[in-house]
Design a protein around this ligand. Structure first.
Ligand code: UGA
Length: 434
């Protein structure tokens, strides 16, 4: 099938390349010409495991074409909208204008019977408004909503082997067309659910808000563990071992970041507020507040530890919001760095893939390796669970630092190894002052 994908960011490019690998002929349309050039060169702007290979293969095979020209979508019968839905302003809800403009640019290429499929995360009612826009501008085409659940770092795998496919549709023809698109995935027995537009929209937003809630929940429990003498990590593990709860998104630590969980939780709070669901709005706002407090707690602790010492140096290991991505949107690590710098501390931040050009703050010193960041450090904070940090050699690092104090906010190090090598190893929930 010939398919178009409008918007080649972190969601759209993975989707386009994955559909090409399933045997479709895909044209990706992207307004950012520099991004188009990079994709065609096979040098992607983003770090996403397996994606470069998938894109290069599809380009070489001719199953994927990438262009800035919206009219290239003509001739496709399924058109995926994968543009962003950023916040209008903090706590002001989602900006639908990228979706509206993408649809408008697509309309001249549409033919009767074409299906336009939204994949972006939106509040309920967005798809109905876009369907009305489509009905006015191209009456023969139809709109469906097919939310995406891929996570960064595992995006290729998640797209090619999703837990389930959700079709928000207004007709059986639309569902049949989506079945054709996803035939190789459905043939493997993947569950697919047919529902209406609003349910498809809400289930995606609710999924992200639920994952955020789980993280904030376990972080409050971990705080209680710290004050009661209970083991925070074991408590989390035992909670997660209950199949009714599940272990995913139950690791306590620095809290969630990224382009999705924070924005979507605030977006749901905003939506609830406007729907008159005041308790729901307060609930999701509180999830967000608890999340922000995690980094504040640790920043205050570090500042208290270093108070009165001139030229204190902090090493932060990991800049991205989680491992296996170069994405620093709402990264807890960067927020922590800013809080420490505001208190006058010097911060050096290491990341295996994030470089200074991605870090928007020129005062923040970016380095590649943990060793570079830890030179003369008074405190080392592990903020992102990159696998290379698990492999660090604590004995070899000891002579490099001014003070062998390490705080593992992601609980990814072997605490015994570090303690045996004479480090003062602290978990995020064992930070008493002394
Ligand atoms: C999230 C969802 O997991 C995806 O299903 C969804 O499709 C995506 O948003 C999206 O809407 O595009 P992602 O933001 O890539 O995916 O990352 P997650 O793995 O969910 O992690 C989010 C944040 O929570 C990270 O900062 C991570 O470090 C943190 N986290 C995660 C924890 O603090 N504890 C955990 O137990 C798990």
């Amino acid at each position: 099938m010939r398919i178009s994908v409008i918007g080649l960011g972190r969601l759209g490019l993975v989707h386009a390349a994955a559909l090409a690998s399933l045997g479709h002929t895909v044209v990706g349309v992207e307004a950012n010409t520099q991004r188009v050039r990079k994709i065609l060169d096979g040098t992607l702007e983003m770090h996403e495991p397996g994606l470069v290979e998938l894109v290069r293969t599809a380009l070489t095979d001719g199953t994927l074409d990438v262009t800035g020209e919206p009219s290239a979508a003509r001739g496709a019968c399924a058109h995926f909208l994968t543009v962003g839905t950023p916040e209008l302003a903090p706590n002001e809800g989602f900006d639908p204008s990228y979706l509206e403009n993408a649809l408008r640019s697509l309309v001249p290429s549409l033919q009767p019977g074409d299906l336009v499929i939204g994949k972006s995360t939106v509040p309920p009612g967005t798809a109905a408004a876009l369907a009305a826009q489509l009905h006015r501008e191209s009456p023969g085409a139809e709109l469906a909503w097919n939310p995406e659940f891929l996570a960064e770092g595992t995006a290729v795998r998640d797209t090619l082997a999703p837990h389930r496919l959700i079709y928000g549709v207004s007709s059986l023809e639309a569902a049949r067309l989506l079945d054709e698109v996803y035939a190789p995935i459905l043939d493997r027995g993947t569950q697919r659910v047919i529902t209406d537009l609003a349910t498809a929209e809400l289930v995606k937003l609710a999924t992200n808000a639920f994952l955020a809630t789980k993280i904030s929940f376990i972080n409050t429990i971990a705080q209680l563990a710290a004050t009661s003498g209970a083991d925070a990590l074991q408590t989390a593990q035992l909670l997660g071992a209950d199949p009714r709860i599940g272990a995913s998104h139950l690791n306590p630590g620095l809290g969630y970041g990224g382009g999705c969980l924070p924005k979507d939780t605030r977006g749901l709070a905003h939506y609830a507020q406007h729907a008159g669901a005041i308790e729901a709005a307060q609930f999701f706002t509180q999830v967000d507040t608890i999340n922000a407090a995690q980094r504040q707690h640790i920043a205050e602790w570090v500042i208290a530890q270093l108070s009165g010492r001139q030229d204190s140096q902090v090493a932060i290991l990991g800049a991205s919001f989680k491992a296996e991505t170069d994405d620093i949107r709402e990264s807890p690590s960067i927020a922590l760095a800013h809080a420490l710098m505001s208190a006058g501390l010097r911060v050096r931040i290491a990341d295996p893939v994030v470089t200074a050009s991605r870090g928007e703050d020129s005062r923040l010193e970016f380095v590649r390796t943990a060793e570079e960041a830890m030179r003369e450090a008074d405190v080392t904070l592990v903020a992102t669970a990159w696998p290379e940090y698990r492999r660090l050699n604590p004995a070899a690092l000891l002579p490099m630092v001014r003070r062998p104090l390490i705080v593992d906010t992601r609980h990814c190090l072997d605490s015994e190894d570090w303690r045996n090598a004479s480090w003062d190893y602290r978990s995020m929930f064992n930070l008493s002052l002394h």
